[in-house]
Design a protein around this ligand. Structure first.
Ligand SMILES: [Mn+2]
Length: 332
């Protein structure tokens, strides 16, 4: 953490939430299940306490999350108390960064790379999903988790842990999952929507991405690239392809899976997924990004061509792979 933030305990976080009102809850750009689930579960928890709250996101929220999102529940008016959830860095707020980054009162997060941008931070980097933190906060506030909250929380936890498969899944993750299931939600249906359903447009784009997959460093690194042209040819939008970043790492022998997406302004977003002993956050950290040990990301400016961007990423991958093979162990 480079900035000065006040680190809060669970109790202090609960106290802060009780003491204020009119919460504006910020999610990260290109919203995923965890940031949306965290924000909406928190909104419902605050409503139970009689507080007003509203969720905002710089990007459009994909329709598939509609089963737990009810914008009619957005109640906050002026004089907002601003909270950010599952946002490691203000850069990730997208177009909301300029307006809000300087006055975020509380950040609730689980990224070890959190930059400490908020006045106060509740950080639990042992949580597989930020929704686990929200579950704990509800417990501390004495708010009982209802079915609608459980839908939001289960979605965040299942999506951030790859449906309870990734190494960030802990015994506690499973216990919370069980508690959410006990509210009576249909978890099989959520799993079907999140993991077993893809559009035909996406299938087409995946096919193109698989066709251009490249291997480096004795096949220990696989790279797929999604260009603007591929988006245009298939009609896919960014929101249609979440989870695509899991593909390169599924190839046998691959320790580092890289997905490069060309953005509308010509810049690039690289998503890095790794297996032990390779630390994804170290690779992305070399390029100004960060995240988790097995899943991280970074941006590369549009002053570089695709080939140059790929070159930069591969240099970072190589540096970390060499460090690993030299016996320098990755820290947490
Ligand atoms: Mn998350």
């Amino acid at each position: 953490m480079e900035n000065k933030t006040q680190l809060l305990s669970l109790e202090e976080t609960a106290r802060f939430l009780r003491e204020n009102n009119n919460y504006l809850i910020l999610t990260h750009a290109s919203p995923d299940g965890d940031t949306l689930g965290s924000a909406h579960a928190l909104l419902m928890i605050l409503a139970k306490l009689g507080k007003n709250a509203t969720v905002i996101c710089s990007d459009e929220i994909p329709n598939k999350y509609n089963y737990f999102i009810d914008t009619a529940c957005y109640t906050a008016k002026e004089d907002f108390t601003v909270i950010a959830v599952d946002v490691a860095d203000t850069k990730l707020l997208g177009s909301l960064e300029e307006k809000y980054s300087k006055n975020i009162e509380l950040c609730i997060d689980h990224h070890m790379s959190n930059t400490g941008y908020a006045k106060r931070t509740y950080l639990d980097s042992s949580a597989g999903a930020n929704c686990e933190c929200i579950f704990d906060i509800a417990g501390c506030l004495g708010v009982e988790i209802d079915k609608k909250m459980a839908l939001a929380l289960y979605t965040g936890i299942s999506t951030d842990t790859g449906c309870f498969r990734f190494s960030n899944t802990t015994a506690k993750t499973l216990r919370i999952g069980a508690a959410l299931m006990e509210t009576g939600i249909d978890t099989a249906e959520i799993n079907r929507i999140m993991f077993e359903t893809k559009s035909r447009l996406r299938l087409q784009l995946e096919k193109m991405a698989l066709d251009n997959m490249e291997f480096y460093f004795n096949d220990s690194c696989a790279v797929i690239t999604i260009t603007r042209q591929m988006y245009e040819q298939t009609g896919c939008k960014d929101q249609d392809i979440d989870g695509i970043t899991a593909i390169p790492r599924t190839i046998e022998g691959v320790l580092v899976g890289v997905t490069i997406r060309e953005k509308e302004d010509g810049s690039f977003k690289a998503s890095v997924r790794t297996y032990p002993p390779v630390d994804a956050s170290k690779i992305c950290g070399l390029l100004g990004g960060g995240g988790h040990i097995r899943a991280s990301g970074c941006q590369i400016s549009n002053k570089y061509s695709l080939d140059q961007a790929k070159e930069k990423i591969l240099l970072a991958v190589r540096a970390v792979l060499e460090e690993e093979s030299a016996g320098v162990t990755a820290d947490k």
